[in-house]
Write a protein of this length. Structure first.
Length: 124
């Protein structure tokens, strides 16, 4: 079964681009959606999301930054634990450039394929 791709795109056929459910690409897209969603942003699922977007407006080395790896790990396990297993998660902040980097290594459970996702945001 296929799902709409993230970000939304039009395929060569003129239809909406899709990703097969639980495929490596689908899992990567779900990770990005989860990390970029604010907690309480979804009305029917207020606990879905992470505080990453909130860090855009805060200091990168404060209490939120210290708690961010544990919060991300918990959110990924809760919402995507049936699709992937986190192998390594690191969060770093470069004060000189004000860039927050999230490096995530995981294994997709359906294919047992290793995956890596790196997300970077400029804060401030």
């Amino acid at each position: 079964m296929s799902r709409l791709a993230f970000p939304f795109a039009v395929a060569a056929s003129g239809r909406s681009a899709t990703a097969e459910y639980a495929s490596d690409e689908h899992v990567r897209q779900l990770l990005e959606l989860l990390i970029l969603t604010l907690c309480r942003e979804r009305v029917m699922r207020p606990d879905l999301g992470s505080p990453v977007v909130q860090m855009v407006f805060s200091a990168g080395n404060g209490p939120v930054a210290v708690a961010l790896p544990a919060t991300l790990q918990a959110a990924i396990t809760q919402w995507l634990g049936d699709l992937l297993e986190v192998r390594d998660l690191s969060v770093s902040f470069d004060e000189a450039t004000a860039v927050l980097a999230i490096d995530l290594e995981y294994e997709t459970l359906a294919s047992r394929a290793p995956g890596r996702s790196t997300l970077r945001w400029r804060l401030g």
